[in-house]
Design a protein around this ligand. Sequence first.
Ligand SMILES: *[C@@H]1O[C@H](CO)[C@@H](O)[C@H](O)[C@H]1NC(C)=O
Ligand SMILES: *[C@@H]1O[C@H](CO)[C@@H](O)[C@H](O)[C@H]1NC(C)=O
Length: 341
Amino acid sequence: MANLIVIFPMIFTILIDFCSRSEAQAAVVGVNYGMLGDDLPSPAQVVSLFESRGIGRLRLFHPDAAALEALRGSGIEVVLGTLNEELPGLAADPSSAEKWVAANVAPFAGSVRFRYINAGNEVVPGDAAGNVLPAMRNLAAAVRAAGLQIPVTTAVATTALGVSYPPSQGAFSEAAAGLITPIAAFLRSTSAPLLVNVYPYFSYAGNPGDVALDYALFRAAGVAVRDGALGYDNLFDAMVDSVHAALEKAGASEVEVVVSETGWPSGGGGLGATVENAAAYVNNAVAHVRKGGGTPRKPGNATETYLFAMFNENQKPAGTERHFGLFHPNMTEIYHVNFQP
Ligand SMILES: *[C@@H]1O[C@H](CO)[C@@H](O)[C@H](O)[C@H]1NC(C)=O
Ligand SMILES: *[C@@H]1O[C@H](CO)[C@@H](O)[C@H](O)[C@H]1NC(C)=O
């Protein structure tokens, strides 16, 4: 009995080790490290928490020097955003992009694995959207000039779509199309993905009469939406495919979609914002993308996905916005997430 207890965990550890190693090459799930809280743990504690939970990818909304220091040598792949406020400067002046890269990327690049740099978050469409592509160009040139190879992109919300249902009819809105079409051409020419924030929660909460909770939570009994030859049993895939369809119409079917944010609030008073639903959504989303099958419209490659977010953030707008965390600020779980298979 005693031997079994010793041997069994050993075999188990070897198995986990083997799986996590093959997973390291194909880790598809990361978590957004939002910092809009006055009670969050130190970056070093946060990076340790990512490591102890086996979370191999992390997204930062701005180049926080302490977080980048803490990430050195961790092996965690980092998606690094610019602040939206930085875009006008980055767009106007190539040398300001050079300074940005020299200050925020180059000093860390030897020991931090940068996966993408995103110029702005949810800026297109909007008043400042015209800055996004020039900022992307300047940042990409600055990255190249620094001798680095990091794809440069931007993150958009699904509100950039004018049509999203059925998924095959997905198209960017008139306001967004004129901006995103040249951005998509740039992404295609540089083999960079488009980052998209995908929230089945808001579709459900905004339209519970039409969007079934089980369809939003990945637990529909079978195909819930038929779209020509394709069938959808979850809203996440349908939303990602509506972006695929929109990119095809914009002449950029080769551009991959990376889900830069998805999540479900565990509180805050919104419809369906419960710990049980959040735990179901997040665990089902992780299991779904880990299966690696992609979406009905673009099967084959796993949908690289970043959960929103690591912590509840008390400086976000009151309500559900403050309750998207997987962890309390004291680093205890709000609900358990299986990051390992
Ligand atoms: C899968 O990913 C590879 C590498 O990024 C890419 O070359 C290929 O086109 C992708 N396949 C599909 C079906 O998207
Ligand atoms: C962590 O914070 C949560 C939320 O404030 C609280 O309910 C829980 O008791 C705390 N746990 C510990 C160990 O401090």
